[in-house]
Design a protein around this ligand. Structure first.
Ligand SMILES: [Zn+2]
Length: 314
């Protein structure tokens, strides 16, 4: 009953802060804002380095930039170096996964991941072209979303601990390597082997790959459904609740062999892939997978759902 009098005594600025706190509290279901324009700028920085093919100067520059970006934001940033094999050149190249850990005291952890390398050849062009690609949608966009998530995590404590893992040497295999996909997913294969040895076992992992295309839609992916159906349901239900229309419930799920397959199969980490279907992105593995194909709105659609996972409604 004394409250009204107490409020009257507060400075006006403080009342405004309290009111803002209340309104953001009632809208807490979507958590902090994901800034799509900021994420788009992070795509541009990567594509401006040039194709991030392991063994090139652009690749090294991008690694150093990502590390410098993450160091002030995360509690721990680790390089996980390994030797990758490039079947196009026949050479072994130094490659590096980058791991940024947040809120390390929290035992229940969610892993968020993307690959940061870009493909050394444009082998989906007709005829195939022996030149590297920018990988704006295929690499840079997913990485940009991860880096923008890092900014959010540094400022807002999530419900769970989070490990962001940026895989190297995902996109370096020869086409048609079914069923083992030799030389693809080399970074996640190495990460999974270490995770198995050390017993690293997050609650689940969400991979984002082939995201951020202006026209992108995300259907449930079959390998994710096979290994981690509960996580798929959680994420797509959340997207529906948040009104993120790019996530589609229907359709016939198709399989995309990607880093999440390795995490599931080799490390037993329940993992899903948020990915556009390859058939819906005509610039996949061509020199036209360029920055102009990406939009802030599309990046923010994925980011908003990831924020929703990490900052669930009370
Ligand atoms: Zn690719």
């Amino acid at each position: 009953m004394r409250t009204p009098r107490f409020i009257l005594l507060l400075p006006a600025a403080l009342i405004l802060v309290a009111a803002a706190g209340c309104s953001s509290g009632s809208a807490a279901r979507s958590g902090p804002e994901f800034d799509g324009e900021a994420a788009l700028a992070l795509v541009k920085i990567q594509t401006d380095f040039g194709p991030r093919v392991p063994g090139t100067n652009a690749h090294l520059q991008a690694l150093e930039w990502m590390e410098e970006f993450l160091e002030p934001l995360a509690e721990v940033v680790q390089r996980q170096p390994f030797t990758a094999y490039n079947p196009f050149s026949g050479e072994s190249v130094t490659s590096t996964n980058l791991i940024a850990s947040f809120y390390t005291q929290k035992r229940r952890r969610i892993m968020l991941c993307a690959h940061w390398d870009s493909r050394p050849v444009a082998d989906q062009e007709v005829p195939p072209v022996d030149e590297p690609i920018d990988g704006a949608v295929d690499g840079a966009a997913g990485t940009a979303i991860m880096l923008q998530m890092a900014r959010i995590l540094a400022e807002h404590e999530p419900a769970y601990g989070v490990d962001i893992v940026l895989f190297d040497a995902e996109d370096i295999g020869l086409a048609g390597a079914y069923p083992e996909f030799e030389n693809w997913f080399q970074g996640s294969r190495y990460f999974a082997s270490v995770a198995k040895q050390t017993g690293y076992k997050p609650w689940f992992a969400i991979l984002v790959d082939l995201v951020g295309d202006k026209e992108a839609t995300y259907y449930r992916e079959q390998i994710s459904l096979d290994y981690a159906p509960d996580v798929v349901k959680k994420v797509w239900d959340l997207a529906a609740a948040l009104g993120v229309s790019q996530f589609k419930q229907g359709g016939y799920p198709s399989s995309l062999y990607d880093d999440h397959w390795i995490l599931n199969r080799d490390a037993g980490i329940p993992s899903i892939d948020i990915t556009e279907q390859i058939s819906d992105y005509p610039y996949w593995h061509t020199r036209e997978d360029t920055f102009d194909k990406v939009s802030a709105e599309s990046l923010a659609a994925v980011g908003k759902v990831l924020v929703g996972v990490l900052y669930p409604p009370n």
